[in-house]
Write a protein that binds this ligand. Structure first.
Ligand code: APR
Ligand code: PHB
Length: 397
């Protein structure tokens, strides 16, 4: 079997890459080790930057997003009992959209299936070969049979725990990591959101976040310990902690409802450099992880694959490999800026120790500054709505 680009992983990175390549007229095969249901139902963050929304609309996969997505003009920050709003549109002319990551995945799978291009779920034993030659290949098992897929290029879009990054030769990759001393407990509840926009809160007892999925479903998060067990968090404890950390003196508080999903997620910042070895390219979580404060994971993955699809389209147009060779450096410039923003939001909003101390006072002052200085609000807004990405949209869209 042969294709132009073998894509490992059907998360947002792999699926979006397949979609963009298809618009450029480039063939690909997507190999995913999980089932379709698992991939579609996986609960993840739900905020799309303006550039991602524009891309989805311009490339024909934005119909449901426009119908069901919630356009937000800004976010609130709660601290010291007060709630302050930053209006992104006022500061940048751009907005964000609340739309579950799994909905993006669902739309991308539907688009892929409509093209008839291969997307195989439940493949096993995926391995990459001859990456430094002009003829790389991927071997895998599917439906009990062994396969070899020959390709011009391989895209490792297989997330943090995939096989692509570990396939790099020893000593070739440098990893930069920060593991945070806290985690997020996240819930989904059947409760109408009581605020039209997100509320990020810093409280003496820790961080809390009010978000949503639909006009009937609220998404909420609480800072908890890294070794915490979800069994320690019966619903009553979750609600009382959320009320304590989120309610503000203007009378605002989250609506309660039946909790139908809960889980604890660790937090880390990670970057692997470089993102290319021979004809193997890493994209999305395979190359980097951001802590969820600011919801940049999917947005960053999409930025990577836009750069990669553009480089591949130039190669197939006959422009050579210059753009592909610049892939890693082009992406890393943006990745580190987004890492900085996610780390900064995380540091500003989480408690690192118990009780009232220097750091809490300093963080409160920072929130006061960030929500009152025009320059600071513009800087936060510019990063939140998505830094500019100078990559063309495929002409076939
Ligand atoms: N073979 C095939 N597929 C694999 C393998 C493998 N050996 N290992 C992992 N995968 C699949 C995973 O099952 C997953 O579906 O690769 C996919 C990677 O998808 P994501 O983890 O969603 O990563 P990515 O597409 O880069 O998207 C980044 O997703 O992790 C979230 O919140 C994060 O928003 C971020 C976004
Ligand atoms: C979410 O809705 O899941 C969400 C929103 C904002 C974040 C992180 C997650 O910063």
């Amino acid at each position: 079997m042969r294709t132009q680009v073998a894509i490992i992983g059907a998360g947002p990175a792999g699926l979006m890459l397949g979609h963009l390549l298809d618009l450029y007229g480039i063939d690909s095969v997507i190999l995913e080790n999980r089932s379709k249901d698992y991939v579609v139902d996986r609960v993840r963050a739900g905020v799309l930057e303006q550039p991602v929304v524009d891309l989805m609309v311009q490339t024909g996969i934005g119909t449901r997003l426009m119908r069901e997505g919630l356009r937000h003009e800004g976010v609130h920050f709660a601290f010291g009992g007060t709630r302050r709003h930053i209006n992104f549109v006022e500061h940048t002319g751009k907005a964000i959209w609340v739309y579950g990551q799994n909905e993006v995945v669902r739309d991308l799978i539907a688009a892929r299936e409509a093209t008839g291009q291969p997307l195989h779920f439940e493949v096993e034993e995926v391995a990459v070969h001859d990456v430094e030659s002009g003829h790389p290949s991927v071997t895998y098992c599917h439906d009990g049979a062994a396969h070899r897929l020959e390709a011009d290029f391989i895209a490792g879009c297989d997330g943090f725990h995939g096989i692509s990054r570990p396939a790099f030769p020893a000593g070739m990759l440098r990893g930069f990591e920060r593991v945070y001393p806290f985690a997020w407990l996240g819930i989904l509840a059947h409760a109408a959101p009581s605020s039209e926009e997100l509320v990020y809160s810093l409280h003496e007892r820790g961080f809390a976040l009010f978000s949503m999925r639909t006009p009937q479903i609220t998404r909420l998060y609480l800072q908890c310990a890294t070794d915490d067990d979800i069994a320690n968090w019966p619903d009553e404890r979750i609600w009382s902690e959320l009320q304590l950390r989120l309610s503000t003196s203007d009378g605002w508080k989250p609506n309660e409802g039946e909790i139908f999903q809960k889980g604890i997620t660790p937090m880390r910042s990670f970057v692997a450099e470089p993102m290319q070895w021979g004809r193997l390219f890493l994209a999305g979580d395979a190359a980097h992880i951001v802590p969820p404060t600011g919801a940049k994971g999917l947005n960053l993955a999409v930025a990577d694959v836009r750069v990669l699809a553009d480089g591949l389209s130039r190669y197939y147009k006959g422009d050579g490999e210059t753009a592909l060779q610049a892939y890693s450096d082009t992406c890393l410039g943006r990745i580190w800026k987004v890492q900085r923003f996610s780390w900064w939001m995380t540091s500003m909003l989480h408690r690192q120790s118990e009780g009232v101390d220097f750091d809490l006072r300093r963080q409160m002052a920072e929130l006061d500054y960030v929500t009152s200085s025009k320059a600071a609000m513009t800087s936060l807004a510019e990063n939140y709505v998505g830094l500019d990405l100078n990559v063309p949209v495929p002409p076939g869209s």
